[in-house]
Design a binder for this molecule. Structure first.
Ligand code: XLS
Ligand code: NI
Ligand code: NI
Length: 440
């Protein structure tokens, strides 16, 4: 049975195409520096936004009209799996990602929940045999159920810590069973509401204990995939412990976890933390910690995670710049952790949204690649720091000098001459590259 009868397989038709159900810029087979766009971009569909979300917001009921609306329980879960593989196929998406509770319903006990999960995981595994789609990552939802009110691994209640451990244990087994490329930890409630009732040190120590146990268990079952922390500063908690990449990195370093973890960086989480997307990507990249990306965008007028499909070409260009400079995403991918707007309620919108995001990142890739090829920023930056390649600057970077010598040197200077940073010129060049690519 077809769930999305109005849509056929989406093909690349080029920038002149007026077919709404065609890619204009994303050509999976097109090679950029010897690799296909498909191999570089590694697009992934987020199960929760595409098959579970119904448009509910704090002020109103769901609006989405879906062909599985009449179903319940395991039947609903099975229909969603069928629909998901139809959508992956039609979009030609190489990856998907899910939380445990997205794919199968929770039972009244943990045992029942796990049994439901087993049924659906077996079904997904079966579908994966005849599909090219792979699991980019899975994760445990430890924020929706009321048991996580005060956190999961950082809950003041040891029973909740134990329950959460059981959930992640099962999640790691599912990752192994489905051949996941990564395993994600997003700590939505790993933080606090107020310090008045919080033992912050114990909570953070416990979070590290939890991660070490996860590492140990993965080793035990032979699951050899990167673990990814997904930083977010707030929402739903007032303060989340893995606030941003730098904060998360300090945590991993303090608790000796850097060998096993990298970051899954989400655009909208970066902006909530008061950073640009490219800042978070850069911070991870220069520390060798860029694992994967939740590709979405926020709204600067709204103070929460709006999870919009990433259509901003400028931001996508700067993001792809970091990703290419990283040598790609390795086992990571660009996961569309994004949802259609509440008013975009029919199933066609699911396709329009993914096409929009896939095309917009393909543009970003092309422009970023050209910027790198032509060394537009590199040659400027190289020149800007050239004082460190000779004389006193070289002594500084080679650790061959000290305060006494530097004072002597400074005393001998007749004046200090700086160069312009040329911000506006560089921005204009990026615009030029963007427009040239679009008009090519
Ligand atoms: C929420 C997060 C979440 C994670 C997976 O803000 O982005 O969707 O990606 O738990
Ligand atoms: Ni996310
Ligand atoms: Ni998010």
């Amino acid at each position: 049975m077809a769930y999305f009868e109005t849509v056929n397989k989406i093909k690349y038709e080029g920038a002149k195409s007026t077919n709404p159900f065609a890619f204009k810029y994303y050509n999976p087979e097109e090679k950029i520096n010897g690799k296909t766009m498909e191999e570089i971009l590694r697009y992934s569909v987020a199960y929760w936004h595409t098959f579970n979300a119904d448009g509910t917001d704090p002020f109103g009921a769901g609006t989405a009209i879906r062909p599985w609306d009449h179903l319940k329980g395991l039947d609903l879960a099975k229909a969603r799996v069928e629909a998901s593989f139809e959508l992956f196929e039609k979009l030609d998406a190489p990856f998907f990602a899910f939380h445990d509770v997205d794919i199968s319903p929770e039972g009244s006990t943990l045992k029942e929940t796990n049994e439901n999960l087993d049924v659906i995981v077996a079904m997904i595994k079966d579908y994966m045999k005849t599909s090219k789609v792979k699991l980019l990552w899975n994760t445990a939802n430890m924020f929706t159920n009321p048991r996580y009110t005060h956190g999961a691994a950082t809950s003041p209640n040891a029973d909740v810590f134990a329950y959460s451990a059981a959930k992640v244990k099962k999640g790691l087994e599912v990752a192994k069973e489905l051949g996941a490329e990564n395993y994600v930890f997003w700590g939505g409630r790993e933080g606090y509401e107020t310090l008045l009732n919080t033992d912050m040190k114990l909570e953070m120590d416990n979070l590290a204990r939890f991660f070490h146990m996860a590492v140990d268990y993965a080793k035990e079952i032979g699951l050899n995939v990167p673990f990814l922390i997904e930083p977010k500063p707030k929402e739903p908690t007032k303060h989340q412990y893995d606030f941003d990449v730098a904060t998360g990195l300090a945590f991993l370093q303090k608790y000796d976890l850097t060998d096993y973890f990298k970051f899954n960086i989400e655009a909208n989480h970066a902006t909530l933390a008061g950073h640009t997307f490219e800042h978070e990507l850069r911070t991870a990249r220069i520390n060798g910690m860029l694992g994967s990306v939740d590709a979405n965008q926020g709204d600067t007028l709204l103070g929460w995670d709006t999870d919009e499909f990433p259509t901003d070409l400028y931001t996508n260009t700067l993001a792809m710049y970091e990703i290419l400079k990283n040598g790609g995403l390795g086992k990571g991918g660009l996961n569309f952790d994004a949802k259609v707007r509440r008013g975009s309620f029919d199933t066609d919108d699911l396709f329009h949204a993914h096409i929009a995001g896939m095309d917009a990142f393909a543009v970003g890739l092309k422009v970023a690649n050209k910027l790198i090829e032509d060394k537009v920023l590199d040659s400027f930056v190289e020149d800007r720091y050239s004082s460190y390649t000779q004389g006193i600057g070289l002594d500084i970077v080679e650790g061959k000098t000290n305060f006494r010598e530097l004072e002597k040197y400074a005393l001998g200077l007749t004046g200090v001459k700086n160069q312009s940073g040329r911000t506006e010129r560089l921005k204009a060049q990026i615009n030029q590259y963007l427009l040239e690519t679009l008009n090519a």
